[in-house]
Design a protein around this ligand. Sequence first.
Ligand code: 5GP
Length: 223
Amino acid sequence: MSSEAAAGTQGSSAALRAGRRGLLFIVSAPSGTGKTTLVERLVHVLPNLCMSRSYTSRSARDGERDGVDYNFITRARFDEMVREDAFLEFADVFGNCYGTAAADTDALLAEGKDVMLVIDVQGAKQVRTRGIETVGIFVLPPSATVLEQRLRGRSKDSEDQIRKRLDTACREVGEFASYEYVVVNDELEAAVDRLRSIVLAERARVKSMRPTADTIIKTFKRK
Ligand code: 5GP
């Protein structure tokens, strides 16, 4: 790798990724905060970052595609994967099972890709308990009122479901201090920009940049 390449785009080029394991980000937020939209936007604009695809026992909603939005599986298959210890983490969220396959995440990280797990607070706790190095980002809505308006505005849920989501949100927001970063999703583009800054800052840490820095340092050795 040339020093010019090394000095380049801070971890987004293939050359720079060589020998570098990806970073594992966890993004959690109460339902309706818009975390999935945020992360999808970020993945679209930032090279070498991907969103992990979860497995779920819930059925696909209109417009959702198997293998794209989620891996949709039966409850029986989900339970089997739990028994096989295939999940890095899994949780029951609003009566459905969701999980992140350890092998899928590991393959992406091994390729040098930075991975974002968009998972609930229970799943985030499990990953931390495993002692895996992660960067946690908690996304907050600007207020409880705004969250309620957003949940009602998307008209996906019944009144009962909205109540449940708001009750769960009341518990979940208290978890923000277990994460490394907080992003308030007040305005989509601004929030994407904050999220992007976090990823870039984490990529610039010495431990992430060491292979690149070592390559540059070698060019300083006198012949
Ligand atoms: P939805 O059914 O609306 O797509 O997702 C419901 C909730 O499940 C969201 O809060 C989302 O973050 C969470 N979720 C999605 N995938 C996973 C996963 O793999 N693990 C965990 N723990 N939560 C997940």
